[in-house]
Design a protein around this ligand. Structure first.
Ligand code: HEC
Length: 279
């Protein structure tokens, strides 16, 4: 960042010092190119593309203002353009431009349409805000029922206090569900190191990471388990994760069981619904 700023300043100074020699058109063009290069490659972490476009636009407008502020400057800028268009001995430049301009546009369009294997940008939100309600439809259910992600909670959580034996049975069932369905990705010890883990991008959630289970309500997890990667809002993009939508395969109770198992195994406590609501 420091090096690129020094380079940028030096390049601007060079453009400024040679502006008389190379003329206003070329010094303006050089300044613009240097600015774009700095915005695109000189800032760490990289500025979002929309911001670069905004700054580039602002720079261009400022240059336009400067050029149109005096007749002399306008004439200086127009001169090289005019001479290419009317001077017969510069016809080659005109033909070169005729090929180069559509060529650049074609190249950019082609490159822009190539499928990308880049990792999702860092802005991918791992825990995007959930929808308020989710329609859950599991196999065997005649009709979807509405689940309120903000107000509703795990129907079995209360048993942990009132009937620990029954709760333990739910957790035991959740363990079976986990090792039948989830450990391929989320791992034997829930640490995101299942045998498929490294082949998916983004990586599976690591339930041993204190930044995951304790920060989330069971209702939030229920939404993530029912709808999976395909149910993520756009903020979770740019593509769906491989996390399956488990409502297609599991009963609603088993989804709650496996969630209870995740907490039981790791020893974390779910985030309380009230505190999730009040921030
Ligand atoms: C094919 C691999 C795969 C399988 C199998 C799988 N998951 Fe996932 N899971 C993922 C990936 C990848 C993510 C991270 C991306 C995301 O959040 O969508 C994830 C995320 C999650 C999350 C979200 C955690 C968070 O931080 O928001 C939960 C909860 C979850 N999985 C539970 C389960 C449960 C329960 C099962 C089994 C019933 C399961 N997963 C099976 C791949 C998988």
């Amino acid at each position: 960042m420091l090096i690129s700023t020094i380079l940028f300043t030096a390049a601007c100074a060079a453009v400024f010092l040679t502006r008389k020699k190379i003329g206003l058109f070329w010094s303006g063009a050089a300044f613009f190119v240097v600015t774009i290069l700095f915005l695109k490659h000189g800032i760490d972490p990289p500025a979002p593309a929309a911001l670069v476009t905004l700054y580039a636009g602002t720079t261009f407008l400022a240059m336009l203002l400067y050029v149109t502020s005096s007749k002399q400057a306008m004439a200086d800028v127009w001169m090289p353009i005019k001479s290419v268009m009317v001077n017969t001995d510069q016809k080659w430049a005109l033909y070169a431009l005729l090929v180069a301009i559509p060529g650049v546009i074609a190249f950019e369009t082609y490159m822009g349409n190539l499928p990308s294997t880049d990792a999702p940008p860092r802005v991918r939100s791992v825990h995007p805000p959930p929808p308020n309600t989710v329609d859950v439809k599991t196999p065997g259910m005649a009709e979807a029922h509405e689940f309120n992600v903000i107000k509703d909670d795990s129907p079995i959580r209360a048993l942990a206090e009132t009937d620990p034996v029954a709760f333990a049975a739910h957790v035991a069932r959740g363990k079976v569900v986990y090792y039948q369905n989830c450990f391929y990705c989320h791992g034997d010890t829930l640490a995101a190191d299942g045998h498929y883990a490294l082949s998916v991008n983004p990586l599976p959630a690591n339930f041993q990471d204190p930044g995951v289970l304790p920060q989330l309500t069971e209702a939030f997890l229920h939404w993530r388990v029912t709808k999976g990667g395909p149910g993520m809002p756009d903020a979770g993009g740019p593509w769906d994760s491989s996390m399956p939508a488990w409502e297609k395969f599991l009963s609603e109770e088993d989804m709650w069981n496996v969630i209870a198992f995740l907490y039981d195994y790791t020893g974390f406590k779910p985030r309380a619904a009230e505190s999730a609501e009040g921030h």
